[in-house]
Design a protein around this ligand. Sequence first.
Ligand SMILES: *Cc1c(COP(=O)(O)O)cnc(C)c1O
Length: 390
Amino acid sequence: MAFFLDESERLKNLPPYLFVEIDRAKRRAIEKGVRVIDFGVGDPDRPTPAFVLSALSKFIKNPATHHYPLDRGSAEFRRAAARWCEKRFGVTLDPDTEILPLIGSKEGIAHLPLAYLNPGDTALVPDPCYPPYKSGTLFAGGRAHLLPLREENGFLPDFEAVPAEILKKAKIIFVNYPNNPTGAVAPRAFYERLVAWGTKHKILIASDLAYSEIYLGNQKPLSIFEIPGGKETAIEFHSLSKTCNMTGWRVGFAAGRADAISALLRVKANLDSGVFTAIQLTAAEALRKSFGFSKKANLLYKRRRDLLVGGLRKLGFPVEPNPATFYVFTRLPGDARDSTAFCKNLLEKTGIVVTPGVGFGPAGEGYARFTLTVPEPQIREALSRMKKIF
Ligand SMILES: *Cc1c(COP(=O)(O)O)cnc(C)c1O
């Protein structure tokens, strides 16, 4: 008989995995032969563009790419990332000290707290949010203080209301616009107040820009580095996953304060050996050509959004069209409040998978998230199935 392996407190203390019930119900439905329509996963349904594939097949043939990547990663990728930021946001970054390749931006986000939090320190984390802000903080022995994102405040956190005794222990604040799961964007004034506040309280701003290129109107999302003082207070996380349909490739980069970049590098140097060089070189190529690509992808997401949001509104969902990201975050219709029960019931009655808002944090209760990574015929089919129950 194998002996009992007692898991670490850090694993035991992870918040419960709230999607378990939905996952189970989804598997049951598939086993029963239901044609499930999955609005659950935030992963582009379209393949990686062909120009990216041909770049990889070229670089992979060069044996120089087959070794351990150098510690700061490919200089060519870092230069391409800096040039991309310059072209896109008009900000100047030093590719040698202010850019760091990541194994997907999630990796850098989850490791950042190890660089700055001591046990008992606090990270300010939006609620609802992308889960690694919380889990990365807990793994570093830190505490996550949740900042609720309310629809009536444009899903922006009220960081100025954080009490002084919390601020004393706070080292990092995570922000994410365009936002997952709410689809919200942040105006310039928000970043201006955030930079002033972060500077005053000496709190590192970790700004997650995974969706910077997924915007459905004319307003381009901002980089915090466009704000005077931004580069002195922030580290920003960029990803090719959503922009170039490259979620499986695991490549992104961090940009910003040289000391934060080098602290994150020291964490990473002890945990991983970087991104496969052929993928870094391919990512450089993708960054050089991605603007045209994301324009087309955004038209597709916009059509799907208009179809889904229009249909949901007719069914009684009080939903506003999301200005960015491929997420429709909607308040539940009627007097439904329990998002887990709502999503479970929807799946059982219609075979449609959506994510309960509470899975992203307590302030997400009363909401559900639909992804727009589903083709239009399936969106139409889902709307007609829902019509039968609402
Ligand atoms: C998808 C996503 C990421 C990107 O993850 P990668 O590790 O780069 O694939 C980062 N932040 C948010 C909020 C996301 O939804």
